[in-house]
Write a protein that binds this ligand. Structure first.
Ligand code: ZN
Length: 189
């Protein structure tokens, strides 16, 4: 899925790259997660099948992304299955040694990534939405995100579902049905 870097979403847009509500659970009840009204949502790192911007990324930015991933400082609520890297061509790269998702190695640190959920990083009045595979794009495909995003990663705050505005929903999560469709073999749905 390709979204241009720094694409700005309309006010009130759900903090989801899929354009559907972000279903989250709070105190045992389903609802929808929204950003507060005082921030602008921008996308970063949704590459699609090619890398348009290549270059170096600072160690401090990579370190922050490592720590955030290790601590699960991201949101996940879509139940749309796992997002695979579209840049990688071979099964070996997708599933090295039978792992689901890529393994990134950096300065003797290793992390097994799963394309589930996404980062929401707030800096001042902007929230950047970036894919869970971002470290793979940076370390394995030399993707270089925009400067303002790098600054946000280093100086900003990684949001989780607990940081979102929660609006209870009477309906079951939309994405359950989407998920069911996704896992059915073609022709049976
Ligand atoms: Zn890849």
């Amino acid at each position: 899925m390709m979204i241009s870097d720094l694409k700005q979403f309309l006010p009130g847009s759900p903090p989801s790259p899929y354009g559907i509500p972000l279903d989250i659970k709070r105190d045992g009840a389903w609802g929808r997660g929204f950003l507060t009204d005082d921030v602008t949502l921008r996308a970063v790192g949704w590459l699609g099948d090619r890398v348009d911007c290549i270059g170096d990324v600072s160690d401090s930015c990579i370190d922050r992304l490592f720590v955030a991933y290790e601590r699960s400082l991201k949101v996940s609520g879509e139940y749309r299955g796992f997002h695979a890297c579209e840049v990688c061509s071979g099964e070996l790269q997708h599933n090295p040694g039978g792992h689901v998702g890529p393994i990134v190695v950096w300065k003797e640190r290793e992390l097994s990534l799963i394309g589930d959920g996404h980062y929401l990083i707030r800096f001042e009045r902007t929230v950047y939405m970036a894919p869970a595979l971002l470290l793979h794009y940076i370390l394995d495909h030399q993707y270089r995100p925009p400067d303002e995003f790098e600054k946000a990663v280093i100086e900003g705050r990684f949001l989780t579902a607990d940081d979102l505005v929660f609006r209870p929903s009477m309906l079951p999560p939309l994405s359950y049905s989407t998920c069911t469709r996704l896992i059915l073999p073609k022709g049976d749905g």
